[in-house]
Design a protein around this ligand. Structure first.
Ligand SMILES: *[C@@H]1O[C@H](CO)[C@@H](O)[C@H](O)[C@H]1NC(C)=O
Ligand SMILES: *[C@@H]1O[C@H](CO)[C@@H](O)[C@H](O)[C@H]1NC(C)=O
Ligand SMILES: *[C@@H]1O[C@H](CO)[C@@H](O)[C@H](O)[C@H]1NC(C)=O
Ligand SMILES: *[C@@H]1O[C@H](CO)[C@@H](O)[C@H](O)[C@H]1NC(C)=O
Length: 573
């Protein structure tokens, strides 16, 4: 009884003196509900520091059957000791003589018999009464006592992840300080020293997270597109965790948050080259794997080589993109896809026949090492910019939320694309004119006649002023007579018209679908160098005025010039 009273008394003194270590002495089952170690304090093997709410504890441990001692943090209430952070992973202590001390300049120092095993490298000048605190998030922090800003840490373990990511932990890079927060696999479950497999952010123009083995890329998440990491669309709106990606001039990072705060989940990287997201299942008293990456064989980095796309449902998972063929057919046939694919027809870039783009849907966008991003421009400007640079091979919106916004362009060969089974993004890949023509006919199913430019020129008396029916910002409209007697109207796009091949083709498609009795019938088109013509049927039983009217109205509509089309087109309805 008196012993107990003494104990209580000394506990009060401990609290009073702000002696802030929570020492768990298992035999006595006492725990000072205080979660800081102050300057005078140190922790020796066997003692523990518990976070305020009791989620985590810091102490010395030995992984598996290892005899070596490490300082680490683990879940306090999970019976299978699950270490989430380790201090001296590369420098174990071989007996129980380790001592962790907070020194007066605000650094934690782990020593064994006087020699330093591990220490923090906080170099802050303004250190005053530093204290150590283990937060309920699992973050071990050193801060000045009484510091009003709760997040002004002198040092925090979350800046130096071990092999696990916890909710709220930033994974990425602080661009101001250059601090890189990567997470690194343990060499083995018994050896927490850093292996050569790690997860890291590559701060490219379009930043991406990779799993690496040394310098080799193992797996790519795909860049953040506003909704998800391009390669893993099915992780959005999952029931366990929310994904937050932040990219600004100061920092680029990923954190995950809990959908339900009671769920315990952790993301661990493993030396086998996998990451596991575990969820603690209370009923089973066990960790269950919720997600593991790579998800399938197609996640293998660069499996299909340049211009190859991986689709897991195919017997041959790698396919060359349409318009491409295997670089080495023999290698390809024997399932060695790494040499990738080459174009069937060369690009001409600034040559006679202009290149264009073919839209691919449902994609994990290519490796973003050589990219350029402009968040201020949209898809159309992006296309124009990409087209004007011969080494730009693809573009798309950098952010796909809503209608999509921003521009990302890829330079050089496109690698590590995946055709996703659900979700995925649009990607516009540069193609020579010959491939565009094929793509157009395949996609449209609308077979319009392609007229020879000279025959249309002849039919309109070489676009003479006498044949001119009207003029708009888009160019002029001429009447003409084909050799077979068919009366036509020809829309000739002015050379200054900024309309590109793609829009032109879209317009042709659109008009072909808009076959309204009041509207004119599109017979076909003609494309030659910079000349783009649309050929309409001149309706015999309508007055010429009506025709001009309809065509101009239609063109205004197509050009989104509603101010004009509204007045004019009202007559049509
Ligand atoms: C505290 O520890 C750090 C890291 O070992 C060291 O650089 C610093 O000099 C120490 N401060 C004092 C007062 O011993
Ligand atoms: C501690 O270090 C001293 C000086 O280096 C050495 O003499 C002593 O044997 C060491 N003790 C242990 C237990 O390792
Ligand atoms: C990697 O994961 C496997 C399967 O979960 C496990 O057996 C192994 O212990 C893990 N290795 C490491 C280094 O954690
Ligand atoms: C094309 O873009 C690349 C990458 O941004 C740039 O290095 C190169 O100078 C550009 N070429 C032209 C002709 O603008």
């Amino acid at each position: 009884m008196s012993n107990n009273r003494e104990l209580l008394y000394s506990m009060k003194i401990l609290s009073f003196m702000m002696l802030v270590i929570c020492i768990v002495v298992p035999s006595l089952r006492i725990c000072v509900a205080n979660d800081s170690v102050n300057v005078l304090q140190s922790m020796s093997d066997g003692e523990r520091l518990v976070s305020k709410g009791g989620n985590f504890e810091l102490g010395f441990f030995s992984p598996g059957s290892s005899q070596k001692r490490y300082v680490g943090i683990w879940y306090k209430n999970i019976p299978t000791q699950t270490v989430v952070w380790v201090a001296n992973g590369a420098n174990p202590i071989n007996d129980s003589s380790g001592i962790l001390t907070l020194n007066t300049t605000g650094n934690l120092v782990l020593t064994q018999n006087g020699s330093i095993v591990w220490y923090t490298n906080n170099s802050h000048k303004q250190v005053q009464n530093p204290v150590v605190e283990l937060l309920d998030s699992g973050n071990l922090v050193i801060r000045n006592d009484g510091e009003p800003n709760p997040e002004a840490y002198l040092w925090q373990s979350f800046d130096y992840p071990s092999h696990a990511l916890l909710p709220g932990m930033k994974f990425g890079r602080d661009l101001r300080t250059g601090l890189e927060r990567r997470y690194t696999a343990w060499k083995s479950p018994e050896d927490p020293s850093p292996g050569d497999v790690y997860g890291v952010l590559k701060p490219y123009n379009y930043p991406e997270f990779y799993m690496m083995k040394g310098e080799k890329k193992l797996l790519r998440q795909g860049p953040w597109n506003g909704l998800y990491f391009s390669g893993f669309p099915d992780l959005q709106n999952n029931t366990i965790f929310g994904i937050n990606f932040v990219s600004n001039k100061d920092e680029i990072y990923y954190t995950f948050s809990l959908v339900k705060s009671s769920v315990v989940t952790i993301n661990v990287i493993n030396q086998t080259g996998r990451t596991y997201r575990y969820v603690w299942v209370e009923g089973d008293q066990n960790w269950r794997i919720y997600i593991s990456q790579p998800k399938d064989f197609c996640d293998t980095y660069g499996l299909c080589g340049a211009y190859g796309s991986c689709m897991i449902s195919q017997t041959q998972v790698c396919q060359c993109l349409k318009g491409f063929s295997p670089k080495s057919p023999q290698a390809w046939a024997s399932s060695d896809w790494t040499q990738g694919c080459v174009r069937n027809n060369p690009l001409s870039c600034h040559g006679e026949d202009k290149d264009g783009f073919v839209k691919f849907e449902g994609f994990k966008v290519p490796d973003s090492t050589h990219t350029w991003v402009d968040e201020s421009i949209g898809l159309e400007e992006c296309r124009v910019k990409c087209l004007s640079n011969c080494s730009c091979m693809a573009y798309t919106n950098s952010d796909i939320r809503g209608e999509g916004s921003g521009c990302v362009m890829w330079f050089g060969d496109l690698i590590d694309m995946k055709q996703l089974q659900t979700g995925g993004q649009d990607l516009y890949i540069r193609m020579p004119a010959s491939e565009l023509e094929k793509d157009k006919t395949e996609k449209d199913g609308v077979n319009l006649t392609t007229f020879d430019f000279s025959s249309i020129s002849y039919a309109t008396n070489h676009f003479s002023e006498n044949n001119k029916l009207g003029q708009g910002g888009f160019g002029s409209v001429y009447k003409g007579i084909l050799l077979d007697g068919q009366e036509i109207a020809v829309k000739r796009l002015s050379e200054t018209s900024r309309q590109g091949l793609n829009e032109f083709q879209n317009e042709v498609k659109l008009i072909a679908k808009l076959q309204h009795r009041n509207l004119v019938k599109l017979l076909g088109c003609s494309i030659q160098k910079d000349e783009k013509l649309l050929i309409y049927e001149l309706m015999p039983n309508r007055s010429l005025d009506h025709f001009i009217f309809v065509v101009i109205c239609l063109l205004n509509m197509l050009y989104m010039d509603f101010s004009q089309s509204n007045q004019m087109c009202s007559v049509l309805v």
